[in-house]
Write a protein that binds this ligand. Structure first.
Ligand code: PHE
Length: 482
């Protein structure tokens, strides 16, 4: 490289020039050689950094579908009598709230549920300036209007900056005065290979020194989504503890999801606002024998010694189709099919509840469910199993507190200590006779159901559950290997 530079002492060499001139095809080699020469004082290195501002996922989305405030403003401008109640019918809740917030900040007021503004032209102008800004990207940071740039920097996921470093080199007086006879071409070994070690060549080889303090780029390779990686890890832990995995469908009947678990038919969690019932299939046939068993237990406790819930039992309710609200629906069916064979089963799978989306809730999430059925199984064993699981996950401090579920007695809440606070991660207990006896189960059944996303938030240090599913590539790339 120096020899080549001596041929043109006033030239400023770009990376391409060097690669070309030296017939190298690896940038790192050229940068490394340049660095070596500059350390010797033979060349001077110039670096310039250019910052390009690009759209991120939310920005691309806004460009395709319109900015949230633009869509809301459009809707308001085209409505005769725009008010919050009708707006909420046209927009999802996660859009309406933040969207109105955005509009309020640019002069739209909401009073008595009605929208108004002193200066509609101004609102339109601000909004169209924002849209124009987004469509002007990618652009160099210097060319951007500061106010807009700052605005979008403050909105998560809209824009991102990318720095590009350009390096050039120039030979110094000292470099020019090195006599070309003293410049010998020598091959330096930069990688120690098995072949090199097996042959005798290493004895005379000269090794290239590495500067380990230099910044290097991290290779981007494909990898599992952190949630998938976490599920794998949980699977491995349960398999290692002697459990077998159960994988079942999430379309289920209310009967298995609730009646079999002695959840009364008028339990509030069964209401439409909590559970996703299906239109198709709205009814799933169950055998009368099974439903008769449940019916007896619910009405008067059958032969279990329980008093039941009293009242009536509806087979129509049992046969309603729904999206399972917990994975306990699957373990109970497994037990019904295998009532006398001792077992340890687990499942990590998706469940559904009508929850409004917020920082800690999603309508679709996962549970880590498990059962142990065997002679002599007891509460201590349940607690130890859960403690062992969390300890293997890296959370050695676990405690349990009394809780209530209609299908277990005793019932527990499981809590894990994280950053000095106790966090509730799930429920557990021993199935009640009202649940096990009609199925012909003679051994105690220990059962638990814990939140996977909650655990993921601890593992990944998140304070917003939504981050797990928004496919933010930058964030995904930076997640630790689980
Ligand atoms: N099914 C309960 C829930 O969804 C958890 C649980 C499972 C509780 C098994 C006790 C026994 O919260």
């Amino acid at each position: 490289m120096l020899k080549m530079m001596q041929n043109d002492k006033s030239k400023i060499w770009s990376l391409e020039d060097v690669l070309d001139g030296c017939k190298w095809n690896d940038q790192a080699v050229a940068v490394g050689a340049g660095l070596g020469l500059s350390n010797l004082g033979f060349v001077e290195t110039f670096e310039s950094v250019e910052t390009l501002v690009k759209l991120s996922s939310e920005g691309v989305n806004a460009l395709e579908n319109g900015l949230l405030e633009a869509r809301l403003w459009d809707w308001i401008s085209n409505s005769d009598n725009p008010d919050m109640a009708t707006l909420q019918q046209s927009f999802e809740r996660h859009e309406a709230g933040p969207g109105v917030g955005l509009l309020k900040r640019i002069g739209v007021t909401l009073e008595g549920g009605k929208f108004s503004t002193d200066n509609p032209a101004k609102v339109s102008e601000i909004i169209s300036k924002r849209s124009e800004f987004l469509s002007s990207l990618p652009a160099k940071v210097e060319s951007l209007e500061t106010e807009m740039f700052e605005h979008f920097k403050g909105r998560r996921g809209f824009i991102e900056s990318q720095d590009t470093t350009t390096r050039t080199w120039k030979i110094t007086v000292q470099g020019s005065s090195v006599t070309s006879d003293s410049l010998i071409e020598k091959e330096m070994v930069s990688e120690i290979t098995p072949e090199l070690l097996q042959s005798d060549n290493w004895r005379d080889a000269e090794f290239r020194a590495f500067d380990v303090t230099l910044e290097s780029s991290t290779p981007r390779t494909g990898r599992s989504h952190p949630m998938q990686a976490l599920i794998e890890r949980i699977r491995n832990i349960f398999l290692e503890m002697g459990f077998s995995e159960l994988v079942e469908d999430y379309v289920q009947t209310a009967g298995w999801n609730m009646d079999a678990l002695f959840i009364p038919q008028d339990h509030p969690a069964r209401e439409m606002q909590d559970t996703f019932y299906l239109d198709n299939p709205s009814k799933m046939e169950l055998s009368d024998d099974t439903m008769d068993l449940w019916s007896k237990i619910h009405i008067d406790g059958g032969d279990t010694g329980s008093l039941g819930w009293g009242g009536n039992f509806s087979k129509d309710i049992s046969q309603k189709g729904l999206l399972r609200t917990h994975t306990t629906v699957n373990t109970i069916q497994y037990l019904a099919e295998n009532p006398s064979k001792p077992c340890r089963m687990f499942t990590v799978d998706r469940v559904f509840r009508k929850e409004a989306i917020d920082r800690t809730h999603l309508p679709e999430f996962h549970q880590i469910e498990g059962i142990i059925m065997e002679e002599g199984a007891n509460l201590q064993m349940l607690v130890t199993t859960l403690k062992t699981f969390y300890e293997k996950m890296g959370y050695p401090e676990v405690r349990v507190r009394p809780a209530y579920f209609p299908y277990t007695e005793p019932s527990l809440e499981i809590e894990v200590k994280w950053r000095g606070k106790w966090l509730e991660l799930g429920g557990a207990g021993i199935f009640r006779p009202e649940v096990t006896e009609p199925l012909g189960i003679n051994h105690p059944v220990l059962a638990w159901g814990m939140g996977l996303e909650r655990l993921a938030m601890l593992v990944l240090g998140l304070d917003d559950i939504r981050q797990l599913y928004i496919s933010d590539l930058e964030w995904l790339r930076n997640q630790p290997i689980i």
